[in-house]
Structure formats: structure tokens, C-alpha cells
Design a binder for this molecule. Structure first.
Ligand SMILES: [Zn+2]
Length: 107
């Protein structure tokens, strides 16, 4: 089966989160470009961002809309959390603090 590019995120955590969300609504997803970030200084940074790929037969716009809806649904249900290290409030979809990088502590 072939795969096609869906979207990219600036961090692997976010890209993996997108893939997890897609899987959670029944859409297969792959994260690519996992190890490219920072490795190739001469290409534009956005090109090195982790990418989310979906099966070739999927409609790109439809899948992006479904992804957005799933993310919205998740943030409606899950509360923000406070970083224990720096006190920053973090959106529920992130597993680590975007400010200091500390991992989320299980409640
Ligand atoms: Zn923090």
C-alpha cells in the first residue's frame, strides 16, 4: 500500500500526537522525518520537520478536518496541566512542557 504526505509539525512530539489522534479515529498514520531534524543544516528548517503520512487512498482535506476535530474534541475533554518544573500551563495534547521540556507528571 502506498502512503502520502498529510502534514508536518515542528516537533516529533506533535507529529506523533497527530498520528496517535488519527489512529484513535481509525485512520492509519505514519510519522516520517523522525531523525532528520537538525541534522541537515543547509536545507530550510521546515523541510526537516517531522511529517505525518496517511494511506494513499485517503482524502487529504477530509483527513485534516478529521484530525482537527479529534484534536478539538480532546482539548474539550482534557484540562490544561501545569508544569511542575517551571509552572507554565500546557495544552493537554502535549506530553512535555513546551517551555522547559520537562515531561508531564502523571496525576
Ligand atoms: Zn516547564
Amino acid at each position: 500500500m502506498g502512503w502520502k504526505f498529510l502534514t508536518r509539525r515542528s516537533t516529533l512530539i506533535e507529529a506523533q500526537h497527530c498520528a496517535n489522534l488519527l489512529e484513535s479515529i481509525g485512520i492509519r498514520a505514519q510519522v516520517r522525518n523522525r531523525f532528520l531534524s537538525g541534522a541537515l543544516g543547509e536545507i530550510p528548517q521546515v523541510e526537516a520537520w517531522p511529517q505525518v503520512w496517511i494511506p494513499e487512498g485517503r482524502d487529504t482535506a477530509e483527513t485534516l478536518a478529521a484530525l482537527e476535530a479529534a484534536a478539538q474534541d480532546l482539548s474539550d475533554r482534557a484540562p490544561h496541566w501545569a508544569c511542575e518544573s517551571c509552572g507554565e500551563w500546557i495544552e493537554p495534547q502535549f506530553a512535555a512542557c513546551w517551555q522547559c521540556g520537562a515531561p508531564r507528571r502523571a496525576p
